[in-house]
Design a protein around this ligand. Sequence first.
Ligand code: EPU
Length: 437
Amino acid sequence: MDCFRIEGGHRLSGRLSVEGSKNASLPLMAATLLADGPVDLHGVPELSDTRNMIRLLTELGIEIDESEPGRLRFKTVDPTAVHARYDIVRTMRASICVLGPMLARRRRAVVSMPGGCAFGSRPVDLHLRGLEALGATVRLDGGDIHCEAEKLRGTTIFLGGPFGSTVLGTANVMSAATVAEGTTIIECAACEPEIADLARLLNAMGARIEGAGTPRLVIHGVDELGSASHRVMPDRIVAGTYAAAAAVTGGDIEIADFPHECLLAAIDRFTQIGVSVERLAPEEDPIRCRVRVTSDPDLRPTIITTQPHPGFPTDLQAQFMTLLCLARGNSIITEKIYPERFMHVAELSRMGAELIRQGPTVMVVGGRPLVGAPVMASDLRASACLVMAGLAAEGETIVNRVYHLDRGYYRMEKTLNDLGARIERLDDRELPDRIED
Ligand code: EPU
């Protein structure tokens, strides 16, 4: 298994540009199951999650042409395949987003039920409730979700759950509703920019979706969807992670393709903390602009509560925890989307952070120096926060199990090394003190 050896204390400077969004790409790729003609996607990032989605869609009878760099062409060649198997679903929960498109286009879908993950149980009841409301019958058999519907019919669906809206649930129900008979209204739809990006692709394929990016979606069903070409939006979480990484080193970096408009809650917290994210050319597209990130010599503490978009994203909670370890004073972080998403707390504590957790809230006692140590990555964003801690720490940090990181960041060590970091990717067998499972 690969790990990172990080020599801390090097200030980041220079330029980078943000890759296409993983969380936009996965439902966009799944939506190609709905199309009668070929669909082109530009800017799908090269990550293990997008590779897994390619594998899954290939098993589901989609031919994927990768001959042009940065462009994938999806074309259905076998519409009879309907089974998303456990082997793939267990490696990537987001496989669930093939359920709605496959049901709508092939009238039947069998998708292995995703299990829990490092940050708690992750139910899919809202996805299933939404599809049932459209007329599907749903049953669970042998760990697989079986969904069937001769015809889907538009209706009004409330998609809110105990933690707010559901992102992939909205993607599933919205995708299925595009070819349902009549009009579907989804109330409490996810407002995440990745859902708006999906609606843009579906509309380009011939769907009639109104209200994307708001909590009320109105979808007028059409008979069929056809070819389209679409450029994936930049990854807002990657953008926020690199901005935070620069800040923990007191760096000065320029980021291109920065989705500023999608990161207002994070930018608001950066400003409070003393990190400036300045747009360099205000006339540029607010979803793909250039920004300069710099920080005050003394960072200030703050209060962060994760919420559905446009609130502060849960996918940046861990990275901001590292940043707040360096602030002068105590901060409070409350996780309202995944109350158990705190696996990084114990690992940061191994590096000298003082973190006091009570349920979904962590008090970050700022100003304690971080000291390099071997640590264990538990999920994608926790891994990013540990790499950042390694950049800021005195001495050497080993971040084990960086395969989590490769799910969502394209060669993070190269991007950071190009900015002046010192990170080596090693096989953990090369280390004298390897950590056993
Ligand atoms: N929930 C339910 N029932 C459901 C679905 C969700 O109760 O049927 C709950 C969840 O347990 C959670 C909340 O609703 O408490 C929100 O979950 P959501 O369904 O929105 O999450 P998701 O769609 O499975 C996506 C991202 C996650 C991101 C969340 C929240 C993708 C591929 N994944 O997951 O990204 O954290 O939205 O914004 O888009 C990551 O990239 O690291 C990541 C985990």
